[in-house]
Design a protein around this ligand. Structure first.
Ligand code: GDP
Ligand code: MG
Length: 181
């Protein structure tokens, strides 16, 4: 007899201010590459990543990249629709992008809930950690507290450039989504 086979398809959003590294994180995660040449994303874009989660479970992630509208600081309900989780990204070298994190979280929670009425799982990414750890990054406790207060399921220091913690952050998000279903 064949082992039971489960397949999941999840739409995941990657949001946060312009230039924090959203496109780079997706590229690193899905295509295993990085470019320091900056090109703003134009048009709606998404990439697919397949995870062999366990011997019985395949998880397909559809990662949605923001297409330049992040300059307005919010997205439409249509864009968020049917997402199962999100990464909210900030740039550790630019404090203003961290201040925008709660704004992004509120925008998401006000426009999207899961079919069961719960808020979607969101993981916070402190990106460009290869650039040095100034500001609040020295204080993991403070970040844990911040995540608790604002309803993030976890946070990771990431680098799309050095490929740090992106797989870990994704596993954390998927684990919470699977547990929520
Ligand atoms: P987006 O506007 O949020 O999609 O940001 P991009 O992915 O386009 O990245 C903006 C700029 O930051 C680009 O020049 C990237 O090469 C750079 N960048 C992105 N991630 C990292 C990182 O982890 N470390 C460093 N040093 N630079 C990064
Ligand atoms: Mg982009």
């Amino acid at each position: 007899m064949q082992a039971p086979h489960k397949e999941h398809l999840y739409k995941l959003l990657v949001i946060g201010d312009l230039g924090v590294g959203k496109t780079s994180i997706i590229k690193r995660y899905v295509h295993q590459n990085f470019s320091s040449h900056y090109r703003a994303t134009i048009g709606v874009d998404f990439a697919l990543k397949v995870l062999h989660w366990d011997p019985e479970t395949v998880v397909r992630l559809q990662l949605w990249d923001i297409a330049g509208q992040e300059r307005f600081g919010n997205m439409t309900r249509v864009y968020y629709r049917e997402a199962m989780g999100a990464f909210i990204v900030f740039d550790v070298t630019r404090p203003a992008t961290f201040e925008a994190v709660t704004k992004w979280k509120n925008d998401l929670d006000s426009k999207l809930t899961l079919p069961n009425g719960k808020p979607v799982s969101v993981v916070l990414l402190a990106n460009k950690c290869d650039q040095g750890k100034d500001m609040l990054m020295n204080n993991g406790l403070k970040m844990d507290q911040f995540c608790k207060e604002h309803g993030f399921v976890g946070w990771f220091e990431t680098s799309a450039k050095e490929n740090i913690n992106i797989d870990e952050a994704s596993r954390c998000l998927v684990k919470h989504i699977l547990a929520n279903e």
